[in-house]
Design a protein around this ligand. Sequence first.
Ligand code: C5P
Length: 229
Amino acid sequence: ERLWLIVPAAGRGRRMGAELPKQYLALAGRPVLAHTLSRLHQAFPEACLCLCLDPGDAHFDAGWVPFDQWRRSPGGVERADSVRQALAALAGEARDDDLVLVHDVARPCVTVADLHQLLAVLREDSAGGLLASPVADTMKRDDGYERVSQTEPRRGLWHAQTPQGFRYGLLCRALHEAVASGLEVTDEASAVEALGLKPRLVPGRRDNIKITHPEDLALAEHILAAQQG
Ligand code: C5P
């Protein structure tokens, strides 16, 4: 049984407001993408990587990829389209019951321990699962005009992180049906949930942050230094 890693890295990262897409911004002297791929490689050196890149990407350097087995696939309009293209690129080689982990390029602080823990759970669970952390803040819903319309009960709410992992056949079917039915898919789990399955929430470290806003880079740098210390 093979392990496949899909890393969507075709986003433009507009919320960062930077010239370079966020996966190429420097973090402790190396691009975010290089950090993310090294963490994945430390955990799963034998895995086969599929990296989703914008076809017009002029910044990518293959020297940042530590995997022996890897390929690139073109990014799509939305994240889910990028992941579907990657799944299509594996067709013919991946078997339906092979495990596929999808991990945001923008989460360089994921730890080897959490990656191993997730994989151990996924091997035992046919519905798949994801790293996640319980919500600590009180959650408010707005009325559309920056006023509170409701306080959401916090108990039972989690932040969905990545990786998210599923069997290849299940993930292909879930994303195909989600797109066909016009569902807004911001993560893989939501597509699988729409099939009526309940993916496992695997408690992960809260410092597996997604670099989204400019201040997140300094935070990620601090997290990486603290993890290494
Ligand atoms: O924009 P956001 O932070 O939600 O993107 C999550 C991940 O999906 C990032 O790793 C980004 O590069 C990737 N992405 C992609 N193709 C898109 C949009 C986002 O691969 N069309």
